[in-house]
Design a protein around this ligand. Structure first.
Ligand code: ASP
Ligand code: MG
Length: 401
């Protein structure tokens, strides 16, 4: 019998009524013959509320304690869903990450799954139980509770599906993956299919539908992933291996990220090591640099611009101040008013002229671009946020998104 891993996000289990509705759906699916493992997130806004509680006591709560705290959200929802299922005569049992041997590595609050002990889940499936698993949490080799980063329940679900050789169904309050977030561009199209590669780019570029790491794992283990609305009302989107038809589309999607800040260092000493010193100092503070652009030297000075998550701006500036004591003076400019636009498509690998089309559209609309980066299947650029909606519409029309 086929094993199916389903995941229900926080909005799908946000109230007792919603939990009852999810329970009914699970019961029907079970009766149709599937063996079900169900991963759930914390109810509604619970995780945010728990975070505010912690910050009500400290500006700098210890990550270990945050993990102990945040993991409680999922523990509530698994128990409630299991109670609801048993109440309607569908045998279910709930489990925390620890109980299914979901082992993680890395830092508290952003740990990564490295293995799951499938035996507990399989034993429960053999006993004809629906297995309800807490998303987002695990345990590390020091026996400490860990969490996988915000949105991490998707990753729990896909990793379980990989381990069990199952398909993975992600149920959310949006009804699939769109070419562009419909809130930014209401006439965006829903995609029937998207490749793992494209989805990974979209997810890490600010399309908030799926946790990026879940797609990485899905790709690595070829887990078929289906993203759809939790009511089952309309067909969703399949995330899968790309094929020739998918590769004919030049641009599959456009993502916008408004969470970055741009830092520019001017009059920066141009020596063999200066640029590496700059990025080393950021890496030491675990600050993730995204886009980088450097001017050609004028005399022995250069300018370097780069983007980082806006939340990391304060520590990034501290890094620069301490760098000055090591490599000499330079000036710093920061800009928190930037929008990053990215277009993604497998077709870019084989078709030329995509960048030319993209930047011509922006130029025709009088939109200036600050930094540009590219990968094989992506072009990203930063623009002024006031131009964002004009840019999104113009690109959407040009590439039929
Ligand atoms: N409850 C966690 C969060 O809000 C994990 C998840 O929802 O996937 O980030
Ligand atoms: Mg999510």
């Amino acid at each position: 019998m086929d094993v199916v891993v389903q995941k229900y996000g926080g909005s799908s289990v946000g109230s007792l009524d919603k939990i009852k509705r999810v329970a009914e759906r699970i019961k029907k699916r079970k009766e149709s013959g599937a063996k079900l493992v169900v991963v759930v997130s914390a109810m509604g806004n619970t995780t945010n509320e728990l975070i505010s509680l912690a910050y009500g006591l400290s500006d700098n709560p210890r990550p270990r304690e945050l993990d102990v705290l945040l993991s409680t959200g999922e523990q509530v929802s698994i128990a409630l869903l299991s109670i609801a299922l048993n109440e309607i005569g569908c045998k279910a049992r709930s489990f925390t990450g620890h109980q299914i041997g979901l082992m993680t590595e890395g830092f508290h609050t952003k740990s990564k799954i490295y293995d799951i002990d499938a035996s507990v889940v399989n034993k429960e499936l053999d006993r004809d139980n629906v297995v309800i698993v807490a998303g987002f949490q695990g345990i590390n080799t020091n026996n400490e509770i860990t969490t996988l980063g915000r949105g991490g329940s998707d990753t729990t679900a896909v990793a379980l599906a990989a381990k069990l050789g199952a398909v993975c169904e992600i149920y959310t309050d949006v009804d699939g993956i769109y070419t562009i977030d419909p809130e930014l561009y209401p006439s965006a199209r829903k995609l029937e299919y998207i490749s793992y590669e494209e989805m990974m780019e979209m997810a890490s570029l600010g399309a908030d539908v799926m946790h990026p790491r879940s797609i990485e794992i899905g790709h690595k283990y070829s887990v078929p992933i289906y993203v759809a609305v939790n009511t089952g009302e309309s067909p969703g989107t399949y995330i899968k291996e790309s094929d020739e038809i998918m590769e004919e589309t030049v641009i599959t999607g456009l993502a916008v990220d408004n969470n970055d800040a741009m830092v520019t260092v001017n009059e920066f000493p141009y020596t063999v090591n200066s640029v590496s010193e700059l990025f080393k100092s950021l890496a030491e503070r675990h600050i993730n640099v995204d886009m980088i652009s450097q001017t050609t030297p004028v005399g022995d000075r250069i300018s370097v611009s780069y983007t980082i998550p806006r939340n990391d701006l304060a520590p990034a500036l501290e890094c620069l101040e301490s760098l000055k004591t090591r490599i000499g003076p330079f000036t710093i400019e920061t800009n928190t008013d930037i929008a990053k636009l990215s277009v993604v498509g497998m077709g870019m690998k084989t078709q030329s002229g995509v960048a030319a089309r993209l930047f011509s559209v922006l130029a025709e609309n009088n939109i200036k671009v600050k930094i540009i980066t590219t990968s094989e299947i992506r072009i990203s650029c930063t623009i002024d946020p006031k131009d964002q909606s004009k840019a999104v519409s113009a690109i959407a029309e040009e590439f039929d998104l």
